[in-house]
Each structure stands twice: as structure tokens, then as C-alpha cells.
Ligand binder design. Sequence first.
Ligand code: PMT
Length: 404
Amino acid sequence: MAAMLENKRILLVIGGGIAAYKALDLIRRLKERGATVRCILTKAAQEFITPLATGALTGERAFTDLFDAQGEFDVGHIRLARETDLIVVAPATADLMAKMAGGHADDLASTVLLASDKQILIAPAMNPRMWEHPATRRNLAQLTADGVAVIGPNEGDMAERGERGIGRMAEPLEITAAVEELLPSAGAKPLAGRRVVVTAGPTHEPIDPVRYLANHSSGKQGHAIARAAAAAGAEVILVSGPVNLPDPAGVKTMKVTTAREMLAAVEKALPADVAIFAAAVADWRTEETKQKIKKGNGSPKLSLVENPDILATVAARKSKRPKLVVGFAAETDNVVGYAKDKRVRKNSDWILANDVSTQTGIMGGDHNKVHLITANDVESWPDQSKDEVARALVARIAAALAKA
Ligand code: PMT
């Protein structure tokens, strides 16, 4: 296990919810990457897990009370707030989020959160109705505006029987990845001061109120690139189509549905130093009908209209053209040949060509094998994880910008 978090100190604030049990696995994941972990358990958290269990895993006593003479004697709540590189709140319950957004300080957890000037990452977990409630939306907007990073929640089954929706806490490994992105190894910030726009995922083009045209893109490659660019110090705007992935921590995510919305969001995100187009944008849309198309009148004819080409539009801009425009080419045959033509036709500086034939499992999967096509060269990269492709691409981009 790579010790990506060696010498990093993490303060884990555990809120009271059924997801608190996952905090134990999170401690283990952080520790195996070399981090030192201290825990604060709220009163409600202690209904689900014990200070003894967290203490045994962290190797440090767990902190629970604001007015604990022993705690104040050993460390004190101000030192708890300051002697850390990152504070992680997991699970962040609706109540904890409300306290943070309102600046409350009526127990150890909320007091430490208010007293700290360190980066905070929250992993919300709650019932989907609570997550959708306008009060939680307001609190989330306030926390994001205050610079708090957010990971999840994910969609899935709830502890309450038969309930499903958005509200499950992100998995410990997802939270760990977010921590690594917020705490990259010292010195590795080659994109500091750069602004990067990334598109990801499919677009959905409505046919009628209940049907749409789409493709199998999962958004994993684009999200991985956004995370890697943020870890390299860039300010990242991720324009994502409908995907089943948590918003990456430390990245501004703009969620869109259609190609036209994606284009509008990208244009709004400019100017940027770099734009990377990993989205599988639907090339066509249909003329949407207001009513559901009914069966029984023969096969309906869909008349397709071409969507705007987002990459080509941005690359053709006279003003605000990013210094480096990077496209992808999803091909099923003559991969490099077609991708070379695409690079020229769309005026893209670079193109990453990948073979999306079903048997490669690239679209929707966790791995990718790309060919980096520049004006003078074609370089074939090995089959690797989408995170590795993303990190290699970011390293290339940083090197190119440094030379320019
Ligand atoms: O999302 P994943 O499951 O992780 O899969 C990753 C991926 C296979 C989707 C990704 O690696 C990839 O290849 N993305 C580009 C998919 C695509 O639409 O390729 P294309 O050859 O049709 O388009 C060429 C380029 O033009 C792409 O950069 C695309 O984003 C862009 N484009 C295409 C059409 C359009 N209307 N607007 C665009 O910007």
C-alpha cells in the first residue's frame, strides 16, 4: 500500500448516523496510507460506535466531551482544531451540517469545527428526503461557499426498509481518495494557478417526457481527470452529464443533461488555461414532443437534428480559446487514423484516442488504453486504470504549459 498520506494528520469527526460504522473502515484506510488519525465522536455517534473501538483503531484516545478536564489537559479543543492537516466529517448528518453552516458551537465537534482554520471535507449521509429538504440545500450551499469540500452522498438503498435515493455516505475508499486529493504530497502542485475545464459523462437528449437518447459513458474517465487536475493544484470546473458518481472533492461541478446545456456550461466556465473534452456528447437530438409518444400508430419516425460540437466550438474561438485544447476520440475501428482526422477537423491541439468496441470494456469500465495524438506524434500508452491515465495526462499537460 503506497503511503500517500505519510506524515499527514487527520481529525475525523464522526456524526451520529447508521453510516458511523463505516467510519471504522475509513480509519483503517487512512492509517494504512500512513496518516495519523484522531477522532471526535458526537454524543449521537456513540449510539452507533464506541470511543473504545475508534481508540483501538487509531491508537489514540477518542475525544467526546467539550468539558472534559482530562481532554483539555492532554490536548484541548483548540489544539485539536489546529494540530491537523485536514478535518473529515463522516458521516456528516443533516444536524451537523446545519450546525456548521450556522456557526454553532454547543459540543466538542461543532466547537472544534468552528475553531479550525483548516480545510474541511464532509461526507454527508442522511435520508433522501432530508438531503433534498430546502434547509439542507441551503446549508450545503453555505458550506460550499465557505470552502468546505464535499464527497457524496451516493445513490442507493437506505437503512430504512424499502427506501432508495441519494443520501448514502460515500464509501470509505472514495472518502480516502478525496482526502488524498485534498492533501497531495508536498511539492506536487504543477498546475497551481491554472484553470482547467473538463467535460465528462454522456448527455441525455429527450425524445418525449419519458424517453431519451444516450450512450454507455459512465463519466469515470472525465471525473478522474478532474480529480487529478485538482490534486495537481489546478482550479477545476467539471461539466458533467448525468452520471452515478459523487462530485469530486475540491472541484466545482456543473451538472447538465443535454449537449446544448453542456456547451452553455463550458462557455460560462471560460476562460481557462486548458479544456479537456472527455464527455461522450450525443451527436444528435430529436425534436422533443411535449406528450408521451403512444404505441399503436405504427413505428414513430424520429427526426434527428445535429447537436453543437462543443470541442470544435471552443477550439474555434477567437477570444478565450484555452491555451491547450484536448479532445478524446471514441472509435471502434481505424482508431488512430480516424482520431488523427478528428484532431485536425476539430482544431484540437491533442486528441486521446480510445477503442470503445464492446469487448474492450473501456466505455463504462475502470480501465483505458489511449493513444496520445499531437500535431507531430502518436504515442500509445499501456492499458491502465482511468486514474492512471488521468495522472499521466495531467503530468503531460503540466509539462507542456511549463514549456509554453
Ligand atoms: O465515461 P467513461 O465510461 O469513463 O468512458 C470514457 C470515454 C470512452 C467516454 C472517453 O474516454 C471518451 O472517449 N470520450 C469521448 C467520447 C466521444 O464522444 O468521442 P467522439 O469521437 O464522438 O468525439 C470526439 C471529441 O469531440 C470528444 O472529445 C467529444 O467530447 C467531443 N464532442 C463530440 C460531439 C459533440 N457534440 N461535442 C463534443 O464536444
